[in-house]
Design a protein. Structure first.
Length: 309
């Protein structure tokens, strides 16, 4: 029984490592993936996607089985949206994430059952519920963390990128050519925003309206500053105003926002440090300061009481 458990644990961990590697490894065909992304986002966002069907390989069959559970289809759609907002847009990203989540939950449940194999049924039920809750929440929290980190990278890259875009536009180049040139120049420094700009340009060149392409950019990223930038570009193109000057002013505003966010983070640092200080530093400080004195007092009392007896 023990050998079977460890064999199952090894297989599960190996499958988790493979799923994570496939999910986060670099894309080998970025052009093909972006064109497939264009096809997948060709529908208007207000329309609901058709229900999944079985067949088409192991991953599609697995997603179809997950969608059969109550709320499974909504969970898959929300997961696909969050993966896109985290910058993970591979064709099999949803399937790999779902497989990893299921394997992680199974591993936790199996480990809990093995650890509580000698306990009564009440302890086993409590452990199973705890493992199931942790297996459900932990992958979701990791995904939320990836989304926040990706958005933070986009926000940090916006001021310099927008400033460079305004400079390139001032030389007389068209908007699509300027965005592609900026994406090429910024790729070593800000690869996330460079990839987003390249995707927008490819969508426009493939025949999609620029306003629709920027709307999809907003849905992919979920960053408020990118929403403002997209609205500015679309309105400037519609009304024929100077975009280069507007981008220069907007870049200054983005730098001001970034500085204000940094100041707010510094102001919150004192409050965030209060809990670690109270929980970890102060108890250790009390032990270091008070325990030697207490031990010395006890030693003196013991020596003072001893001779009298």
């Amino acid at each position: 029984m023990t050998v079977l458990f460890f064999l199952f644990a090894f297989v599960t961990i190996a499958a988790l490592i493979w799923s994570g590697y496939e999910l986060f490894r670099d894309q080998e065909d970025p052009l093909g993936d972006r064109l497939e992304e264009l096809q997948s986002h060709a529908m208007v966002s207000g329309h609901r996607a058709p229900r999944r069907r079985s067949g088409g390989g192991f991953f599609n069959t697995f997603l179809y089985l997950v969608s059969l559970f109550p709320g499974g289809e909504d969970w898959l759609r929300d997961t696909e949206k969050e993966l896109a907002q985290a910058g993970i847009r591979r064709r099999r990203a949803v399937a790999l994430y779902a497989i990893g989540s299921v394997l992680f939950m199974i591993a936790l449940l199996a480990g809990m059952l093995y650890l509580q194999r000698d306990n009564d049924i009440t302890m086993k039920l409590g452990g199973i519920m705890s493992a199931a809750l942790l297996g459900w929440l932990l992958p979701r929290q990791v995904l939320h963390r990836l989304v926040r980190r990706y958005r933070q990278k986009l926000q940090n890259a916006l001021p310099d990128t927008v400033d460079l875009l305004g400079i390139v536009l001032g030389t007389g180049m068209a908007l699509d050519q300027s965005m592609m040139r900026v994406a090429e120049e910024m790729e070593p420094i800000y690869p996330e925003l460079s990839s987003e700009f390249s995707t927008v340009v490819m969508q426009v060149r493939a025949g999609q309206e620029r306003s629709v392409a920027f709307q999809q950019l907003i849905r992919r990223t979920g960053v408020e500053d990118i929403k403002s930038l997209s609205a500015m570009i679309v309105q400037s193109e519609r009304f024929g105003t100077s975009l280069a000057q507007a981008l220069k002013v907007y870049a200054d505003a983005l730098r001001t926002r970034r500085r204000l966010r940094a100041e707010a983070a510094v102001a919150k640092a004192g409050i965030k440090m209060l809990f670690p200080i109270v929980l970890f530093i102060l108890p250790a400080l009390f032990v270091v300061v008070l325990v030697p004195g207490i031990l010395q007092v006890l030693h003196d009392l013991r020596n003072g009481i001893g001779p009298g007896h």
